[in-house]
Ligand binder design. Sequence first.
Ligand code: 5GP
Ligand code: ZN
Length: 117
Amino acid sequence: MPDYEPGCLFCRIIRGEAPSKKVYEDEHTFAFEDIRPQAPTHVLVVPKRHIRGLKEAKPEDSETIGHCHLAAAQIARERAIEDGYRTVLNVGPGAGQSVFHLHVHLIGGRHLKWPPG
Ligand code: 5GP
Ligand code: ZN
């Protein structure tokens, strides 16, 4: 899998070729506001390296995926939503995955029901 997938929306956002409201960036991770927020905080945290989704991830992606979750936790801390937030990966079209570059949804700032729909 190449680091960059031509035509991938999130690869384009990471490279600044498509616009986004950037929230956070480090060596391995990029985070930006979801264009259709489902809660007061709805941030997408993505690995800079193109990984299609969780089911395509390989053992060598473990650290990168963990890093995305810890970045989400850091953003939640900064936004003072630690009373309750959710990190979600939609995996496959049946679960609502519509962009095939792995992304962690950070959702919070309101009461979250369980189970999710
Ligand atoms: P999925 O449905 O694949 O789990 O999540 C994709 C997310 O990307 C959705 O929540 C959707 O609103 C968001 N999204 C789709 N296109 C764009 C875009 O161009 N910019 C931003 N910031 N978010 C997008
Ligand atoms: Zn990509």
